[in-house]
Design a protein around this ligand. Structure first.
Ligand code: IFM
Length: 438
């Protein structure tokens, strides 16, 4: 402290996502999502947890917005639940109220439209393997944009399409848990097409400030050998550029990938590469990749690359290496790769899970989380000093929440949640971030 290099209009925010916080899965006509289905399948989620109640944000949003106001953030990134909007119920009213509450608190709403909760009825019709889902997504974007566009500052049609493709369809780690391997590639194309169509739909509804929240990080080769660098390059293409190149360059990063995609790919790429007002990077960690079979890693056996543990850095309690310089590295890689085609950036997520102690006398000591954000903000300041146009940083997450397949054990929040009572306790990192923001 103080942090150098952040302009006065830098947007300080925190982020969340509908299924991770809202609960109220049966309220006001919400229909089931793939995550309701997945959580109900034995053995899918650690501890048998589900998002059915989560942090009960749906009912406690006023208390949560009051905490955000005290935190002093300029923006709150949350997602709209498609299953609340697709229904004939009144779920969209909730977001109207939330947006009004935020605006009254002087906090700019930043809206994600798809943070993984595909309505189950659409999944039953093929989900993101079905091209029609992209069109349905654009219809949904139009409805939400028309209703909230007068008050929302930033729009992100998609959150982390790589995670949906890889964990949800190629593997079985996330909903819908298909385990298709490379047969999941069409999912990437339909998500990207849905993104492009949603960008058009939002613009047609009069919205601006439109981007994406992609998950990106450096891919490091396990050694400088030809086989390891080759494996790392392949992984880099699949994890980073398969998703960013179509948007920022209007092309797939390899002809084999373009050939694997369904439909009129060249025409679709024109839609997918609609110019954006910003590009959002969610950064958590680099990935170290070597040659060899993926057996023994979290990937299925038989793939031509093997993610390996990264040694020599502190680890979060989730087992993720803490590598702040990876943030400046990935920003530098984006700048080098896309040059003038790169719009302004936001860091739309960064954060860490530690198994924090329970509150003692109203206090939760979480020095490692403070160190995490401190390190990453310093790395971000260095990237900006080197010329990167970064407009804001969203700490993941506002409160502890449902961490997907890992359930409630993992805690990313600046605010502690005592799940049995739903009591909110700001952690030390909350007060630290408040000082940074001020
Ligand atoms: O909790 C997730 C979030 O939903 C998407 N980005 C990564 C976070 C931590 O795993």
């Amino acid at each position: 402290m103080p942090f150098p290099g952040f302009p006065a209009d830098f947007l300080w925010g925190v982020a969340s996502a509908a299924y991770q916080v809202e609960g109220a899965v049966d309220a006001d006509g919400r229909v089931p999502s793939v995550w309701d289905t997945f959580c109900a399948e034995p053995g899918r989620i650690a501890g048998g947890d589900t998002g059915a109640v989560a942090t009960d944000h749906y009912h406690r949003y006023r208390e949560d917005v009051a905490l955000l106001k005290d935190l002093g953030v300029g923006a709150y990134r949350f997602s709209v639940a498609w299953p609340r909007v697709i229904s004939s119920g009144s779920g969209l009213d909730f977001y109207d109220r939330l947006v009004d509450e935020l605006c009254a608190a002087g906090i700019a709403p930043a809206v994600t439209l798809f943070h993984w909760d595909t309505p189950q009825s659409l999944e039953d019709a093929g989900g993101w393997l079905n091209r029609d889902t992209a069109a349905r997504f654009a219809d949904y974007a139009s409805v939400v944009g028309s209703r909230l566009g007068d008050r929302v500052k930033l729009w992100m049609p998609l959150n982390e399409p790589v995670v949906v493709t890889m964990y949800g369809y190629a593997l079985e780690v996330h909903a819908p848990g298909k385990g298709l391997g490379f047969a999941a590639l069409p999912v990437a194309h339909h998500l990207l097409l849905g993104h492009g169509l949603a960008v058009q739909a939002l613009r047609a509804a009069g919205c601006d400030g439109i981007g994406i929240a992609g998950n990106h990080g450096p891919i490091w080769p396990a050694s400088q050998s030809e086989v390891d660098t080759g494996a790392a390059e392949t992984y880099d293409v699949l994890a980073n550029w398969l998703f960013a190149d179509p948007i920022l360059r209007g092309e797939y990063p390899a002809p084999e990938l373009a050939a694997a995609m369904p439909g009129p790919v060249l025409a679709d790429l024109k839609v997918i590469s609609e110019p954006l007002d910003f590009f959002g990077i969610n950064y958590y960690q680099p990935t170290l990749v070597g040659a060899g079979d993926s057996a023994g890693s979290m990937l299925p056996p038989g793939l031509p690359f093997a993610p390996q543990p990264i040694d020599g850095y502190p680890m979060t309690d989730f087992g993720w290496p803490v590598v702040p310089d990876g943030l400046s590295e990935i920003i530098g890689t984006f700048r080098a790769r896309y040059g003038d085609a790169l719009p302004p950036l936001y860091i739309t997520e960064s954060g860490c899970s530690y198994h924090d102690p329970d509150p003692v006398d109203g206090r939760v000591a979480d020095p490692d989380r403070i160190a995490y954000h401190d390190g990453h903000l310093r790395a971000l300041a260095a990237a900006m000093a080197a010329g990167a146009d970064v407009r804001g940083y969203f700490a993941w997450s506002a409160t502890d929440n449902f961490e997907w397949a890992a359930g409630y054990r993992e805690r990313f929040g600046l605010v502690h949640i005592d799940y049995p009572t739903q009591r909110r306790t700001p952690k030390d990192s909350y007060y630290w971030y408040r000082d940074v923001v001020q």
